[in-house]
Ligand binder design. Sequence first.
Ligand SMILES: Nc1ncnc2c1ncn2[C@@H]1O[C@H](COP(=O)(O)OP(=O)(O)O)[C@@H](O)[C@H]1O
Ligand SMILES: [Mg+2]
Length: 352
Amino acid sequence: MTSQETRGTWSSREQPQPMQSTGSMYTRHSTYSTTPRNNFCTQPKSSYMNTRTTPHPTSTHHLRKRTEAKRYVIEDFRQAFERKGMELDTTKKLGRGKYSKVYKAVDRINNRVVAVKAIDILELTSDVKNKFLPREISCWRKLKNPFLVGLHAQYEAQNMIFLTMEYGSQGDLLRYVQENGGINERRAGQFMSQLMRGLQYMHLKQIAHRDIKLENIILFDNCVKLSDFGFVRQVENQALSLTFCGSKSYSAPELLRGIEYNPFLSDVWSLGVVGFVMVTNRMPFDEKKPNNVIVELQRKRQYVIPSTVYLTTSCISSFESMMTFEAKHRPTSSDCLALPWITPHLVDNHSG
Ligand SMILES: Nc1ncnc2c1ncn2[C@@H]1O[C@H](COP(=O)(O)OP(=O)(O)O)[C@@H](O)[C@H]1O
Ligand SMILES: [Mg+2]
């Protein structure tokens, strides 16, 4: 295994050393990317996910063969990692997404635990392979902030790409809420201030995330960090985006309406949804509804805060502000640092 520049389209190099909807939110929200103009929804790696989660009865044999082939490949890499001084734990995954599987590893050389995102290039659509993944890697390298999961190194071998990164010992925020229920307003406010600082840092570098959701937020011992830069985009001079990225439940109205959007402001909307879900343990909008219905619910702020959850007006007004229907009236990530639910916690976050 090498950590190098073998494929023309891949920029690679090691980093410098040291280096789920209303009612049931327990779904991992599918991420999609489509261009509204042709009204065609490409679902990166959807076939891969489908074979794993909903096998067709007649394809069981095929599925088993594919699964075995995958396991063999991962096992093969465990040995390759060992030769680099890393002990890759292939027995259980930390998580998985549409693109990848994430494993834990012990990096003996740098004396730290890392997370390893394993991506099989053969499983990627050409868009993901040629556009989104190269962007993910090149932008992620530029992002160094206490509230963004840091990329350590990139390794390539055969048809696989491995991205090693900071390990979040507490898993992702979706799993946390599933297991523990809603988070109290004060702690959620601390998380929001951390995430908003990470997001503001990205935005100041002109990089939009475009896939903010609970499963892309990783819990560390003392803080949360934004992760999964699979749909990031560097946007110069306030240029607008047309590519539909993200998950429907977290999407701002302008995305659901299929109009050009400012990706920085739609990130703010998505983080508002994250705030809502953290404290209520519910999704504000049901992704099963048609887009035009959701947009009307968003316009009228028709979401349900369970009667058992007491929230202060500081908290409610803050996530409502992030979920301002008209993008042009929505606060930027820098403006959001002044929101009453967020400001009081900024002081806690000095060191990260
Ligand atoms: N640094 C990390 N530490 C711990 N778990 C992680 C880490 N990164 C990712 N995971 C887990 O793996 C899942 C998939 O990772 P992600 O980067 O979101 O991949 P994808 O781009 O395929 O969605 C996450 O939802 C989370 O559960
Ligand atoms: Mg993800």
